[in-house]
Design a protein around this ligand. Structure first.
Ligand code: IMP
Length: 187
């Protein structure tokens, strides 16, 4: 079986392939769409709808995810990829996050992942996963992507970027949302 995934992010594709080992994961990045919904679920829906018409009778999936920091009122939120401006600049995003949290004691944060699915029958489904933790004072680790070097999940003293892929998938926002997606797909 195949799942068409509306992303070009190789890190996300790898995580999805690890969680759906029996499926062929096919990237179909929708171009020329505006991710202008106010929340992750809305943006995931925009992305999956942009590709579903091309793959009738198949499963299509999109994820929209990001980091929400309590002391910053939920920022960077839906702007996580473009926090320091466009195009996406991960070192700049991480540097801006640390700058905005300089001297802030409350480092609580969570990642959220919303998944939108369109089934072979054309019906839409959704799943959500969250992972709570805190923002470290400095980056550490080389695995993963995005804000991983700065995010320390609750119960750990290592950042996401210091965890193995299996360790991250077991507790991450995306791992949890994909586990729910697996139940929806029935595999
Ligand atoms: P999206 O591709 O529009 O969903 O943007 C997601 C952005 O949120 C990414 O560019 C990262 O900055 C951040 N993000 C989402 N998931 C993760 C993760 O698992 N680790 C680190 N950063 C993430």
């Amino acid at each position: 079986m195949r799942i068409f995934v509306a992303t070009h992010n190789v890190h996300k594709l790898r995580e999805i392939s690890q969680i759906f080992p029996k499926f062929e994961i096919v990237a179909d990045d929708p171009v020329d769409i505006e991710e202008n919904a106010p929340d992750f679920a809305g943006n995931a829906q925009i992305k999956v709808r942009a590709i579903a018409g091309r793959h009738r009778g198949e499963w299509c999936m999109a994820d929209d995810s990001g980091l929400e920091v309590a002391a910053l009122g939920g920022a960077p939120g839906v702007r996580s990829a473009r926090y320091a401006g466009e195009p996406t600049d991960t070192p700049a995003n991480n540097a801006l996050l640390l700058k905005n949290l300089a001297g802030v004691a409350d480092r609580r944060a969570n990642f959220t992942c919303s998944i939108a699915l369109v089934g072979p029958d054309g019906r839409e489904h959704s799943a959500v996963g969250r992972c709570f933790g805190r923002i470290a004072l400095a980056p550490s680790g080389k695995e993963g992507f995005g804000y991983d070097p700065l995010f320390v999940p609750d119960g750990y003293d290592r950042s996401f970027a210091e965890l193995s892929a299996d360790e991250k998938n077991a507790i991450s926002h995306r791992g949890r949302a994909l586990a729910e997606a697996k139940r929806i797909i029935g595999c």
